[in-house]
Design a protein around this ligand. Structure first.
Ligand SMILES: [Zn+2]
Ligand SMILES: [Zn+2]
Length: 229
């Protein structure tokens, strides 16, 4: 064999190696959800971490680990799949704004990645509860729309002009705008405050609050309140 032939064989075999590496990627170790590059922590206190994920169409998150009960509030319409660590990719499911889910952590951790198989960005707020109470508060503010061992969700669909029942939060809560509208909040003494809110706006309230929520605009309104148990 000439030196020239050697070098051609060598180049050809390194090309084969590269192709094999590309088709069978070495699994990357999962990262904590807060360190996943597309997940952005937008609020963190002693009770909750609120994380905003924006996943472009066709993209996957890294494998990441959740270690708490959580609530997911989708803000866009698309289709996603979930793939649990060391398992096959699951079937597509729709993600729609105006829906939400309360997830209970089984065991000590949950590791997965998310694949956006739809046509739109997957935009979701993930609320992680740092403390699961030993004895949940027996007092609820309103009809519970969903819950897990750490939190209760109250859902308010407010047509233009509509007002919710007066209700009291005895535990801290996160108020989330699922649609953009003119929100008017009124206290029992009649004092009210108006906010122009946009989809995805949220506010943490760590005080006992009694109020009504009203839609003072012309667009359909929806508010989700995520209250600690
Ligand atoms: Zn996740
Ligand atoms: Zn409320």
């Amino acid at each position: 064999m000439t030196a020239k032939t050697y070098s051609v064989v060598f180049l050809f075999s390194s090309f084969i190696f590269a192709a094999q590496e590309a088709s069978t990627p070495v699994p990357v170790e999962p990262v904590p959800v807060e360190n996943e590059p597309l997940h952005h922590v937008v609020l963190k206190n002693e009770s909750v971490v609120v994380i905003h994920l924006t996943l472009p169409p066709g993209e996957r998150t890294l494998y990441h680990t959740h270690t708490h009960d959580r609530v997911a509030i989708p803000l866009s319409s698309t289709s996603i799949t979930q793939q649990v660590w060391n398992e096959k990719e699951g079937p597509p499911s729709r993600s729609e704004p105006r829906t939400f889910s309360a997830l209970t952590l089984a065991g000590s951790s949950y590791t997965h990645r998310v694949h956006n198989v739809g046509a739109n960005p997957y935009d979701v707020l993930d609320v992680e509860f740092l403390v699961r109470p030993q004895s949940p508060s027996p007092v609820t503010a309103a009809t519970v729309a969903a819950e897990n061992p750490s939190a209760r969700i109250y859902n308010w669909n407010l047509a233009p002009g509509a007002t919710s029942a007066m209700h009291t939060h005895v535990r801290p809560y996160l108020i989330v705008a699922v649609t953009g509208f003119t929100l008017k909040m009124t206290a029992p003494d009649g004092q009210s405050i108006k906010h122009e809110i946009n989809r995805g706006d949220f506010h943490w309230v760590d005080a006992k609050v009694t109020h009504t929520l009203a839609n003072a605009g012309s667009a359909e309104g929806q508010i989700v309140e995520v209250e600690l148990k």
